[in-house]
Write a new protein. Sequence first.
Length: 110
Amino acid sequence: MAAEKTILPPSVGTELKICVTADIGEFLHLDDVDFTVTVYNDGNYPKELVFEKSELVAVDKDNYIAVVNTELIGIGNYWCKLECKLPDADCPDGYRDEIVRFPTYIKVVR
């Protein structure tokens, strides 16, 4: 029987690198739009960190990395909220707000 790998959960004090990606259309990429990423956890909400696009590390047109200091958020299951301003001629200001929340599947422990 093969040895089972154990993945240890990160502890508070770890700097997490969380990759954010989104498929926002056939001709649009995250690189093309303004967006923010909010990282928070289910244990201490509303403790959160908000990252502007300019504060993230661009990997390519569709992937950005947020470097998250867990000291500032604490323990719990980490989540992300992605808020994009998508060009849309049907909206009065020419943009449509698109907001999605998703789990990172990262649990930070004490």
